[in-house]
Design a protein around this ligand. Structure first.
Ligand SMILES: O=C(O)CCC(=O)C(=O)O
Length: 263
């Protein structure tokens, strides 16, 4: 159940962390499911729903030999990941925040392979990919399956920026980077002047954030792959006005009358 302080932090800062939301057994099952998937794809499977490390400079590890960095539609790829999207622990966070039933929006994973420079993913908001929505009751929870921090594949945020409007997204060339690789950022955003938080997450911790908060995926300079599960939800009264969301989780009912919908 949500605490008053978590609800207040979400309103004020646009995020909060639930430590130990999932226990060791749950993390093990989720990690096993993910590693099975990571090992099942090869580079020829590259498509918008299966992304690979664009640097192409280093070998992967046993868990992620082909250096997958993004996998979408997890609920259709593995029963345990479908169960995770429909877990009461995740649903209760958002039904509590919004005092409303929720639908799914996306069920994906952002994976940070060993020795992975994620700077190209850059500072961004998720909302620009989603609008027009009828309101802002759309949010994400990342479930960390590994120890993940500032240089080991965690997530950085700028508290309070969920109320800063939607600056234009831009892509900048970077000295020394290959021409095909640009750094995503936001017009007018100066990382050096921002108050950034870069938490350390333990396996089973969850980061809940408003889809408009400025955030970025951190590099992973450790020797092993780090996995985060991304689940995006929205309140039933948050309508995707142009049916822009093409993720296969779009509009799947997760709760009705406060109870999990079987699926
Ligand atoms: O992988 C992360 O740490 C952040 C994920 C992210 O940037 C996103 O979901 O938009």
């Amino acid at each position: 159940m949500l605490t008053e302080s978590q609800t207040q932090q979400y309103e004020r800062d646009g995020y909060f962390i639930v430590t130990g939301l999932f226990d060791g057994g749950e993390v093990r099952q989720l990690r096993e499911a993910m590693i099975g998937l990571l090992q099942s794809f090869s580079l020829s499977d590259r498509c918008p729903d299966v992304g690979f490390d664009p640097w192409r400079r280093t070998d992967g590890d046993d868990a992620n030999p082909n250096r997958i960095v993004y996998l979408n539609d997890l609920h259709l790829r593995h029963a345990r990941l479908n169960q995770h999207m429909r877990s009461e622990k995740l649903a209760e966070i958002f039904t509590g925040l919004w005092q409303a039933d929720v639908n799914a929006f996306q069920a994906a994973s952002v994976i940070k392979p060993n020795d992975y420079n994620a700077d190209y993913l850059g500072w961004h908001q998720d909302t620009p990919d989603y609008v027009p929505l009828s309101n802002d009751r759309n949010g994400c929870v990342i479930t960390y399956l590994d120890h993940m921090g500032p240089d080991t594949g965690g997530t950085s945020l700028v508290p309070g920026t969920h109320r800063s409007g939607l600056p234009k997204r831009i892509y900048l060339p970077v000295d020394g980077w290959p021409e095909y690789l640009k750094k995503r950022t936001m017009e007018g955003f100066d990382e050096d002047k921002a108050t950034i938080v870069a938490p350390h997450f333990n396996p089973g911790d969850a980061l809940v954030f408003h889809s408009s908060i400025y955030h970025k995926a951190n590099a992973n300079y450790s020797a092993t792959t780090k996995i985060g599960l991304i689940n995006v939800y929205q309140a039933v009264d948050c309508v995707d006005l142009t049916r822009r969301n093409q993720f296969k989780a779009a509009d799947l009912p997760i709760t009705r009358r406060g109870q999990i919908v079987a699926g």
